[in-house]
Write a protein that binds this ligand. Structure first.
Ligand code: MG
Length: 138
């Protein structure tokens, strides 16, 4: 395994090293041993979750996970439509929301845009807050 292949790559400041032998990385060992919540540029998640998500990406591959993202979004749309027709349940929607969130986390890892997505989310929420407050004043 090369240094850049580690599941904690997005957390690491180390530059890619060209090693072909198995690498014993102190930072990786520490993260694995801690099995606790770590921060990645203001974003927090459990190490176990990150490991599962990166394993899924490596196991199924980028294209499969991108297609799965579309499939899960479609299932959420379907669950919402069904409930509006009196079928299904709120729990069905909750399950599909969880599926979409899991795929969104994988997309952030795949595109290495966790920090950028967090900044955009903050900015868009502020825009929405401003819009809603403006409507309240009028
Ligand atoms: Mg689903």
């Amino acid at each position: 395994m090369r240094c850049c292949d580690c599941e904690f790559r997005s957390l690491c400041d180390e530059t890619e090293t060209v090693l072909t032998a198995f690498v014993s990385c102190d930072k990786r060992n520490m993260l694995l041993a801690a099995n606790t919540v770590v921060s990645n540029n203001g974003r927090t998640f459990a190490c176990g979750d990150l490991s599962i998500l990166t394993r899924a990406i490596k196991h199924f591959g980028r294209e499969a996970q991108e297609r799965m993202m579309f499939e899960e979004m479609s299932e959420l749309q379907k669950a919402i439509c069904k409930l509006s027709r009196g079928k299904g349940s709120i729990d069905d929607i909750a399950q599909e929301i969880a599926d979409v969130e899991i795929m969104l986390e994988q997309m952030k890892i795949l595109y290495q845009c966790e920090e950028s997505a967090a900044l955009w989310k903050h900015e868009k929420l502020e825009r929405l807050r401003s819009l809603l407050n403006k409507g309240r004043d009028e």
